[in-house]
Design a protein around this ligand. Structure first.
Ligand code: CMP
Length: 522
């Protein structure tokens, strides 16, 4: 009878039944609302069971007046404390708070649970007359061992606290740590768990994160989370970068994919031109493409490869539609010996192309074939990309330009106001005004589209004028008209004053040219 009474007293006295009820409630709540907490339920159930087993043992030992009763009771109470704290934290942090929309990070929850457990255990130990101070001070060596062995766990715990306190890393962030690239799914008191896109989970000790640098992907102050991606492609350098960029930009602009940010707008850039001579014997091989990068901002960081692939498809189809093939990963190997004969033939071809260009503009109509041949030697192919300034108002003149393709805009700035005075196309020339009068450039000429263009050295042009005054007269006519165009832009002239100015300009300009070139009056 004594033993049974002692056992029952133990049960009632230590709220064992309350603990059992708590475990049952917790198990039901977890089953219903928080299945992810199941592991913790099992842990609390284990300690409850330990307590249940030890409790009657304490009663029995007490009834038998055994000296062990006190120690076993302490053990049983410890199990009860751990189980109770487990029940409370699972109910509060695992069920109630998440249902109220509050998610407390697990490190805070674990530390809180550990703190409460330690305090409860200390107070029980004190109540039960267990001398903790003696335990702590009895062995300096034991203390040293404990401190030493706690160094690493403490560094991890402190690391976890600091990392969360300064928000340098948070659950949900995408990070790159060395070769590891993945999403932070959990921050525990000892480690941070990172799930990779390959369905791996990497456990990184918090102490490591404290000591080493890591990248938080897609994060920028004051900006939404989006990560800049590069999609590379190569196109033969016979296609101008501005043509390819315009084409690809147009295709990228129309992308409507939830994983691709609208702002900044996806776009292409040219990152390398023919990357120089290949790594083979000098002057034998060359890479024959320009390297481009299409850049877009990825919103769903989990979908990097599929979205890259989507962007690649768009680039590929845009280029294919325009009849442009992606470059083969080939290198040109020059097997033909650069003989004198070959060089001559090449020069001949260039020269006849230049003569063709000169024959295409009225300016040189008066020249004989021989004179054109002479002039052709000095002609240089000088293309401009859309948006490039070909010559700027006020600059010193060095060249005469002849357009063979594309469109250019002539603008003049007067009193801070810029005005377009003309558009130039294939067959037009410009830059003659300054060369013939010695004055600075009268206007700015800018490429509207990609412009195919040749230029002729100023000295050579002047020598032709000096030799062929008829050209000077022809140019003077065009020049006077252009001058009137410039004046009209500046002074807003009506038709009558335009005509009057034109006649006056013709006289002035011819005189100026004569003066500049030292020509006799015709
Ligand atoms: P230059 O002054 O050397 O440099 C700017 C060039 O723009 C100029 O020569 C002309 O060739 C050209 N230009 C200036 N005004 C006009 C115009 N009204 N129409 C066409 N071309 C012009």
């Amino acid at each position: 009878m004594d033993t049974l009474e002692a056992v029952l007293t133990e049960f009632w006295g230590d709220y064992t039944l309350l603990l059992i009820a708590g475990v049952v409630v917790m198990a039901l709540a977890v089953r219903l609302w928080a299945p992810q907490e199941r592991k913790r339920v099992r842990l609390s159930a284990f300690f409850t069971l330990l307590h249940i087993v030890l409790t009657p043992a304490v009663g029995a030992l007490r009834a038998a007046h055994s000296g062990f009763a006190h120690d076993v009771r302490l053990l049983s109470l410890t199990a009860a404390v751990i189980a109770s704290v487990g029940v409370v934290t699972v109910l509060v942090f695992g069920v109630i708070l998440p249902r109220m929309g509050l998610n407390v990070v697990s490190i805070v929850r674990d530390l809180l649970a550990a703190g409460i457990t330690v305090v409860a255990l200390l107070s029980i130990a004190h109540q039960e007359g267990f001398a903790l101070s003696g335990l702590l001070t009895t062995s300096a060596v034991a203390t040293a061992i404990v401190v030493f062995s706690l160094q690493e766990p403490l560094a991890n715990i402190m690391g976890g606290i600091f990392l969360q306190a300064d928000s340098s890393i948070q659950v949900g962030d995408w990070v790159k740590i060395g070769e590891i690239n993945g999403k932070v799914t959990e921050m525990r008191w000892r480690y941070t768990a990172i799930e990779t896109r390959n369905w791996e989970t990497i456990i990184v000790p918090n102490g490591y994160l404290m000591k080493n640098e890591f990248l938080v992907l897609g994060r920028r102050q004051g900006q939404p989370v989006q990560w800049r991606r590069w999609v590379w492609f190569n196109v033969d350098y016979r296609h101008s970068p501005s043509e390819i960029i315009a084409l690809v930009n147009e295709a990228l602009k129309t992308i409507d994919n939830p994983a691709v940010a609208k702002d900044p707008v996806p776009h292409a850039v040219c990152m390398d031109i023919g990357s120089g001579i290949a790594n083979v014997a000098p002057n034998t091989g060359a890479v024959s493409y320009c390297r481009y990068g299409a850049r877009y901002w990825l919103l769903d960081l989990a979908r990097d490869d599929p979205t890259d692939s989507f962007v690649r498809e768009r680039i590929f189809s845009a280029l294919t539609r325009a009849g442009i093939d992606l470059s083969l990963p080939a290198e040109t190997l020059f097997v033909t010996k650069e003989t004198r004969h070959r060089k001559e033939a090449k020069k001949e071809r260039t020269l006849s192309r230049h003569v063709e260009v000169l024959s295409g503009i009225n300016l040189f109509d008066d020249l004989t074939e021989e004179e054109k041949q002479k002039l052709a030697v000095d002609l240089r192919y000088s293309p401009f990309a859309a948006g490039e300034v070909m010559t700027r108002q006020g600059n010193q003149a060095h060249w005469l330009y002849i357009l063979t393709g594309g469109e250019a805009s002539v603008t003049v700035t007067s009193n801070g106001i810029e005005q377009e005075v003309a558009r130039l196309h294939a067959g037009d020339f410009f830059g003659e005004m300054s060369l013939m009068t010695g004055e600075p450039r009268s206007a700015t000429v800018e490429a509207v589209t990609d412009v195919q263009c040749y230029r002729l050295g100023g000295a050579h042009f002047k020598s032709i004028i000096a030799a062929r005054p008829a050209i000077a007269h022809y140019v003077a006519g065009i020049l006077a008209e252009r001058q009137v165009g410039l004046d009209a832009a500046r002074d807003e002239l009506d038709e009558e004053s335009r005509r009057a100015k034109l006649d006056q300009h013709k006289v002035d300009i011819v005189a100026k040219i004569r003066d500049f070139f030292g020509l006799d009056a015709a």
